[in-house]
Design a protein around this ligand. Sequence first.
Ligand code: NAD
Ligand code: UFG
Length: 338
Amino acid sequence: MNSILVTGGTGYIGSHTVVAFQQAGFDVIVLDDLSNSSEQVLDRIERITGTRPRFYLGSIANQALLNSVFASHPIDTVIHFAGFKAVGESVQHPLRYYQNNVAGSMVLFDAMQKAGSKKLVFSSSATVYGDPGVIAYTEDLPLRPVNPYGQSKRMVEDIARDLQASDSDWSVALLRYFNPVGAHPSGLIGEDPRGIPNNLMPYIAKVAVGELSELNVFGDDYTTPDGTGVRDYIHVQDLARGHLDACRYLNEHKGCTAFNLGTGRGYSVMEAVDAFRKASGQPIPVRISPRRAGDLPEYYAVPDFTRKELGWKAELNLDDMVRDHWNWQKNNPKGYDS
Ligand code: NAD
Ligand code: UFG
């Protein structure tokens, strides 16, 4: 059986995707340098699926390692999650982001090219759109990211597109995730950010579990229904399933195609807090704070193209997301170190 190589497969979205692929009968190989994840994820995946994925500890920038992985296994498709993702850190340390996300991806693509393994699913982000002047994002909007992290994602998209244009054997799906949240319903895997979380849902979860005292709501005077920021939160289980659909699509379509992965509707910060209060029974104190630099008031995906082409549609709603996020957090109050 041909294998699927998942870079960044012990990370948050990667681990859920590995489970989805194993449960769909694929042989999965994980490559991760554990720079932002725990090896314990492999035990948890084994507990969920009964199979421990083969694991290579190392970086996508390690050419010799990649060549040996491709030489040892017939890799059908590469699902490429590995990279750094903190917007603020990317502004402070842009070279780290260009080095790891862009240069690292180039080493990976070169190894794929040499091995003749030319099907790629790439983790892009809604952040590639920047501030397009509309709130409903379609894939054909111009890409004008506003920070080095977003630039790095756009650059990798461009590189993949150029590569495919140079060699029609390549098939590439660029998946632009909106705001992934939630966890596997088993509560065995989930998001485990190091330090104080930057993102809303893991922050709320740490307030709910008592590790942080209150949530700072970054602005309540936006032109949104309740004044707080609106985003398209998507359950990580729906997202993981999207990778299976993208993988199937690549078997039948050459080219390089971008797909939004979002639900198509937005929720405000206060709607997310209220849903989490209901699911957890915890009070979740909030403090209204100044707006966060660089935040947009509101945006969400137009998922119509993805639905038409991939046959994929998000099925889980905000209540499902917060229920599963809370289930993970309360069972693992200190993440994988609990
Ligand atoms: P994550 O940090 O949990 O997972 C990334 C994984 O990649 C980690 O396990 C890390 O150890 C590994 N990694 C980093 N650099 C590596 C390298 N050079 N070689 C090998 N492994 C390396 O992040 P995530 O939330 O699971 O995100 C996965 C991907 O999706 C990332 O590319 C991210 O940019 C993208 N994305 C995430 C979000 C989000 O909000 N979580 C939104 C849009 C896009
Ligand atoms: N927010 C708060 N308090 C917090 C954290 C967030 O009020 O402590 C608010 C933000 O202002 C925003 C919303 O919650 O209105 C969501 O913020 P997140 O930080 O969770 O998510 P972002 O939409 O800012 O960005 C996320 C990822 C990016 C990715 C982008 C894609 O962090 O990496 O989604 O759309 F690029």
